[in-house]
Design a binder for this molecule. Structure first.
Ligand code: SAH
Length: 252
């Protein structure tokens, strides 16, 4: 195997997987998503490695670079932020590689919505509050199917992690309220989760605009909405003393 599509994690260089780190150290050619991947990860690369920033490349350029490296017998790491399966635009790369009969492996990563939960010290799936996490985005230059508009998803009142939308926060809040979330629903905005400059703003749908206006958060931020953020939840059955399961019998 010569080509690896690797999730770099949310920012903290220690949050790449052990496997991803090993592949990064060994790679001859690295193509990284320069807009978000922490450049500190690139210090792990071996001397003489060829490093490309995909921010200034087109899809054909990325594929040509990978293809040329493979033909030269080199190994390639295509480094994506977080986990590559989430807003990573990797499908088109994988399909193009398959067309050229270039074999590859995908190595998952810690997505930023998970680093955000860690930053908030929050479980997204609280018993009797929400057992569902919706990963979505507001419509931008990339359209969102009608049935998945924030307004429709809001009807479920589940925990929502909204990517790529902090620059449209007012519109996001308006859609969520129009869709059924009460104005008192808690919301958190986490910028650069796991980076040294991580910033957290907590408010409600009603107050977030005011609370965030002096923070200058225009990008690289996750919006989390849902009652889990302030809930009076039921205790989990998993650790309840009177509850038996496969690995533990109930105490009397
Ligand atoms: N594949 C990535 C997401 C890429 S889309 C992942 O799994 O995390 C880019 C969006 O991800 C940003 O607009 C922002 O909403 C979110 N994001 C990426 N890194 C982040 C971080 N460290 N903290 C908060 N949000 C982040």
């Amino acid at each position: 195997m010569q080509v690896f599509i690797v999730g770099a994690g949310p920012g903290d260089p220690e949050l790449i997987t052990v496997k991803g780190q090993r592949l990064l150290c060994e790679a001859d050619v690295i193509i990284y998503a320069g807009s978000l991947v922490n450049p500190a990860l690139l210090t792990l690369t071996k001397s003489g490695a060829e490093i490309h920033n995909s921010a200034s490349m087109t899809l054909p350029e990325v594929i040509d670079t990978i293809s040329a490296a493979v033909q030269a017998g080199k190994t390639v790491v295509r480094l994506h932020t977080g986990d590559p399966s989430i807003y990573g635009a990797i499908q088109e790369q994988m399909d193009a590689l398959q067309k050229r009969e270039i074999d590859f492996e995908v190595v998952p990563g810690v997505s930023s919505f998970l680093a955000t939960a860690a930053a908030l010290k929050q479980e997204y799936t609280l018993p009797e509050i929400s057992q569902t996490v919706i990963i979505t985005r507001n419509e931008g230059r990339t359209p969102v199917p009608e049935r998945e508009k924030l307004r429709s998803l809001a009807a479920h009142q589940s925990t929502m992690c909204i990517f790529l939308s902090v620059h449209m926060l007012a519109e996001v809040v308006a859609e969520l309220v129009a869709g059924g979330y009460d104005k008192t629903t808690p919301i958190a905005v986490v910028q650069k989760a796991s980076w040294p400059e991580q910033k957290i703003v907590r408010a409600t749908l009603e107050t977030i605009a005011e609370c965030i206006k002096d923070e200058h958060i225009a990008r690289t931020a996750m919006i989390v909405v849902g009652r889990c953020l302030d809930a009076d939840y039921a205790l989990s059955r998993l650790y309840a003393p009177e509850f038996s399961h496969m690995y533990r019998t109930a105490s009397k």
